[in-house]
Design a protein around this ligand. Structure first.
Ligand code: SF4
Length: 110
Protein backbone atom coordinates (compact mmCIF):
# COMPACT_ATOMS: atom_id res chain seq x y z
CA UNK A 1 0.00 0.00 0.00
CA UNK A 2 1.41 3.37 -1.02
CA UNK A 3 -0.06 6.02 1.20
CA UNK A 4 -0.50 9.74 0.88
CA UNK A 5 -1.35 11.36 4.21
CA UNK A 6 -3.40 14.53 4.08
CA UNK A 7 -3.79 16.54 7.25
CA UNK A 8 -5.54 19.64 8.54
CA UNK A 9 -3.40 22.74 8.15
CA UNK A 10 -4.98 24.27 11.25
CA UNK A 11 -3.71 21.35 13.33
CA UNK A 12 -0.06 21.63 12.32
CA UNK A 13 0.79 23.87 15.27
CA UNK A 14 -0.31 21.31 17.83
CA UNK A 15 0.31 17.93 16.23
CA UNK A 16 3.33 16.47 14.43
CA UNK A 17 1.28 13.47 13.21
CA UNK A 18 3.11 11.11 15.57
CA UNK A 19 0.18 8.75 16.10
CA UNK A 20 -0.74 8.73 12.41
CA UNK A 21 2.74 7.43 11.57
CA UNK A 22 2.80 5.05 14.51
CA UNK A 23 -0.43 3.26 13.56
CA UNK A 24 0.76 2.93 9.98
CA UNK A 25 4.09 1.50 11.10
CA UNK A 26 2.47 -0.89 13.57
CA UNK A 27 -0.54 -1.65 11.32
CA UNK A 28 -3.02 -0.80 13.99
CA UNK A 29 -6.51 0.75 14.02
CA UNK A 30 -7.31 1.86 10.44
CA UNK A 31 -4.41 -0.29 9.19
CA UNK A 32 -5.25 -3.44 11.11
CA UNK A 33 -5.08 -6.56 8.97
CA UNK A 34 -3.29 -5.00 6.01
CA UNK A 35 -0.90 -7.69 4.86
CA UNK A 36 1.19 -5.70 2.41
CA UNK A 37 3.92 -3.25 3.34
CA UNK A 38 2.80 0.32 3.99
CA UNK A 39 4.94 2.93 2.32
CA UNK A 40 4.30 6.64 2.85
CA UNK A 41 4.65 8.39 -0.50
CA UNK A 42 4.15 11.83 0.95
CA UNK A 43 2.49 14.05 3.51
CA UNK A 44 0.71 17.29 2.83
CA UNK A 45 -1.97 19.48 4.34
CA UNK A 46 -5.32 20.46 2.92
CA UNK A 47 -3.77 23.85 2.15
CA UNK A 48 -5.95 25.70 4.65
CA UNK A 49 -9.69 26.35 4.88
CA UNK A 50 -11.82 25.48 3.07
CA UNK A 51 -9.53 22.69 1.92
CA UNK A 52 -9.82 23.03 -1.86
CA UNK A 53 -6.09 22.51 -2.35
CA UNK A 54 -6.43 19.00 -0.92
CA UNK A 55 -7.85 17.90 -4.27
CA UNK A 56 -4.89 18.90 -6.40
CA UNK A 57 -2.50 17.79 -3.68
CA UNK A 58 -4.10 14.35 -3.59
CA UNK A 59 -3.88 14.20 -7.39
CA UNK A 60 -0.19 15.04 -7.23
CA UNK A 61 0.38 12.27 -4.68
CA UNK A 62 -1.44 9.82 -6.95
CA UNK A 63 0.80 10.91 -9.82
CA UNK A 64 3.77 10.16 -7.60
CA UNK A 65 2.57 6.65 -6.89
CA UNK A 66 0.07 6.82 -4.03
CA UNK A 67 -2.68 4.23 -4.32
CA UNK A 68 -4.36 5.24 -1.05
CA UNK A 69 -5.27 8.69 0.22
CA UNK A 70 -5.43 8.68 4.01
CA UNK A 71 -6.95 11.54 5.96
CA UNK A 72 -5.14 12.19 9.23
CA UNK A 73 -7.50 11.90 12.19
CA UNK A 74 -7.52 15.68 12.67
CA UNK A 75 -9.79 16.03 9.64
CA UNK A 76 -12.78 13.73 10.26
CA UNK A 77 -12.31 13.17 13.99
CA UNK A 78 -10.89 16.52 15.03
CA UNK A 79 -7.99 14.94 16.88
CA UNK A 80 -6.39 16.09 19.17
CA UNK A 81 -8.84 18.77 20.32
CA UNK A 82 -12.16 17.29 19.26
CA UNK A 83 -12.71 19.83 16.48
CA UNK A 84 -13.44 18.06 13.20
CA UNK A 85 -13.09 19.82 9.87
CA UNK A 86 -16.46 21.26 8.80
CA UNK A 87 -15.46 20.59 5.19
CA UNK A 88 -14.23 17.02 5.62
CA UNK A 89 -16.92 15.26 3.60
CA UNK A 90 -16.81 17.87 0.83
CA UNK A 91 -13.04 17.46 0.59
CA UNK A 92 -13.34 13.68 0.48
CA UNK A 93 -16.08 13.76 -2.16
CA UNK A 94 -14.09 16.17 -4.33
CA UNK A 95 -11.00 13.94 -4.15
CA UNK A 96 -13.11 10.88 -4.97
CA UNK A 97 -14.61 12.68 -7.98
CA UNK A 98 -11.20 13.80 -9.22
CA UNK A 99 -9.38 10.50 -8.76
CA UNK A 100 -12.21 8.01 -9.17
CA UNK A 101 -11.30 4.38 -8.67
CA UNK A 102 -7.59 5.01 -9.07
CA UNK A 103 -7.19 5.44 -5.31
CA UNK A 104 -8.71 4.10 -2.13
CA UNK A 105 -9.64 6.69 0.49
CA UNK A 106 -9.33 6.04 4.23
CA UNK A 107 -11.21 8.50 6.46
CA UNK A 108 -8.85 8.52 9.46
CA UNK A 109 -5.79 6.79 10.86
CA UNK A 110 -6.78 6.28 14.48
S1 SF4 B 1 -10.37 22.93 5.59
FE1 SF4 B 1 -10.64 21.55 7.33
S2 SF4 B 1 -8.82 20.27 7.25
FE2 SF4 B 1 -8.32 22.14 6.12
S3 SF4 B 1 -7.45 23.65 7.57
FE3 SF4 B 1 -9.66 24.00 7.47
S4 SF4 B 1 -10.48 22.79 9.20
FE4 SF4 B 1 -8.44 21.98 8.73
Amino acid sequence: MKVSLIRCMQTEDMCPATTCFKVMKEKKLAFEGIAEDIEVIGVNTCGGCPGKKAVTRAAEMAKRGADTIVFASCIFKGTPIGFPCPHAQIIKDAIARKLGDTVKIIDYTH
